[in-house]
Design a protein. Structure first.
Length: 268
C-alpha cells in the first residue's frame, strides 16, 4: 500500500515523540511505511526542520552503521519560564501551607501532564550529562524522576527507606537528614544498577540537602558517578546545604503561616 508523504511524516513524528531518546534505524521507518530510504530521509528532514522552527524538541540524525534517528525533548527558555510561572501561581496559594515550613505539592507532582513537562525541563537542563540511570528516593519524587528518565530513555532507580527481601541483596547506608538532623536509612538492591554508571539524581524537595547527600553516598557504594542533581523546590534556608552542586527549578524563600504568604521564586 502506497502511503502519502503527509501520512508518513505524521507516523514518524508520533513514533519519535512517544519514544524520546530511543534511536530508530532508518530501515525501521522505511519497512514500516513501505517507502524508499531516500523518501524516508526526506520525511525525517521535514520533521527535523519543523520541530526546530516551532521549538518542539530536537530530532537528531546519527550517521554510521549503528546510527539512525531519535527525538530529544528540549524546551526553550521562554517556554520553560511560561510553564514554571503557571506552576508558581499554583504553589503560592495560601491553602498549600503545611505546618513546619512546607508546601503541599502532591497534586501537581502526581498530575501526569505536569510531571511530564517537569521531566522535559530537567532533561533540557541536564541534556549534556548523558546519564545511564535516573535516581530518586521514595516516594514523592517518583513521578518527576520517572518522566525525566523517560526523556533520556534510561531506567528509573528508586532508593527505599528500608530493604525488601523480594529484591534480593541490598546495599544500605545511614545518613543524617539535613533538616531534622536525624539518622535515616536508605537502601538499593545490588542488581538495580551497574557499577561505574553515570547517575542523575532527581527529587521533589530539598531543605538541608541530607537526602541528596545520602543518594551520593549510596552511589559511592556502586562506584557510580552522580552527574547532576535536580530538585523541583529547594528552600533558601539553610543557605549552606549538605550538597553544593544542585539545580532547583524553584526557591522557597519564606512562608508566613499566619498571613498565608508564600514567597517562592523561579530559579533563573
Amino acid at each position: 500500500m502506497k502511503i502519502k508523504r503527509s501520512d508518513r511524516t505524521a507516523v514518524i513524528a508520533k513514533i519519535l515523540t512517544e519514544n524520546p531518546g530511543k534511536v530508530f534505524p532508518l530501515n525501521y521507518f522505511a519497512e514500516l511505511l513501505n517507502s524508499a530510504k531516500s523518501s524516508t530521509s526526506e520525511d525525517i528532514m521535514t520533521i527535523k526542520e519543523t520541530f526546530k522552527k516551532l521549538n518542539l524538541g530536537i530530532v537528531e540524525t546519527l550517521p554510521g552503521a549503528a546510527g539512525g534517528v531519535r527525538y530529544k525533548p528540549y524546551k526553550v527558555k521562554s517556554n520553560i519560564e511560561k510553564f514554571l510561572t503557571e506552576i508558581k501561581n499554583k504553589l503560592v496559594e495560601p491553602k498549600r501551607i503545611i505546618p513546619g515550613g512546607f508546601i503541599y505539592m502532591t497534586d501537581l507532582i502526581f498530575c501526569p501532564a505536569t510531571a511530564f513537562k517537569i521531566g522535559e525541563i530537567f532533561a533540557t537542563k541536564f541534556s549534556q550529562t548523558n546519564p545511564d540511570y535516573v535516581l530518586t528516593v521514595e516516594t514523592k519524587g517518583i513521578p518527576i524522576a520517572l518522566m525525566t528518565a523517560r526523556c533520556f530513555d534510561v531506567p528509573l532507580v528508586i532508593a527505599r527507606r528500608d530493604s525488601r527481601v523480594t529484591e534480593g541483596t541490598s546495599v544500605s547506608i545511614n545518613y543524617i537528614s539535613g533538616s531534622s538532623k536525624r539518622i535515616q536509612t536508605m537502601s538499593l538492591p545490588r542488581r538495580a544498577l551497574k557499577e561505574g554508571s553515570n547517575v542523575l539524581v532527581i527529587d521533589d524537595f530539598m531543605k538541608g540537602g541530607g537526602t541528596a547527600r545520602g543518594m551520593i553516598e549510596l552511589m559511592n557504594e556502586f562506584n557510580a558517578e552522580v552527574v547532576g542533581i535536580g530538585v523541583l523546590v529547594a528552600t533558601k534556608k539553610p543557605e549552606q546545604k549538605l550538597v553544593k552542586d544542585f539545580l532547583p527549578l524553584f526557591v522557597l524563600n519564606d512562608i508566613e503561616e499566619d498571613s498565608g504568604r508564600i514567597d517562592i521564586s523561579i530559579k533563573p
